[in-house]
Design a protein around this ligand. Structure first.
Ligand SMILES: [Zn+2]
Length: 119
């Protein structure tokens, strides 16, 4: 794949199979070339429709000089911020989500009892 840049002319990069090409930033700086997958949106049901908990995207920046480096990672969008995650950090997020689910279920049982007993 050839991507035109303002600072390095035409740049050759191998696009991963999962890349949509949406963030190649043609005509920009070489360090900003980014391979991205389609976004996976995780939602929960609410009375007014699905609400987004987080968004996950595979990402790789083949020419970056900054963190998280040039290896593939998963970008987790959570509460408006983006977190570059390795597999261990993703496992931490999954563990945290499971703990949150336990808390939500626990409060649901408490609410059911409060409603049943009227206090
Ligand atoms: Zn790409």
């Amino acid at each position: 794949m050839t991507i035109p840049t303002v600072d390095h002319g035409d740049v050759e990069t191998a696009c991963p199979a999962w890349c949509t090409g949406e963030f190649h930033q043609a005509g920009g700086h070489r360090v900003d070339i980014t391979h991205t997958s389609p976004e996976t949106e995780l939602t929960v049901p609410t009375a007014t429709g699905p609400a987004v908990l987080l968004r996950l995207t595979l990402e790789q920046r083949p020419f970056t000089e900054r963190e998280p480096g040039r290896d593939v990672f998963v970008s987790v969008e959570l509460d408006g911020d983006h977190y570059a995650c390795d597999p261990g950090q993703m496992d931490d997020i999954a563990r945290g989500m499971a703990e949150c689910a336990t808390t939500v279920r626990s409060l649901a049982r408490r609410l059911a009892i409060l409603k049943e007993t009227g206090r």
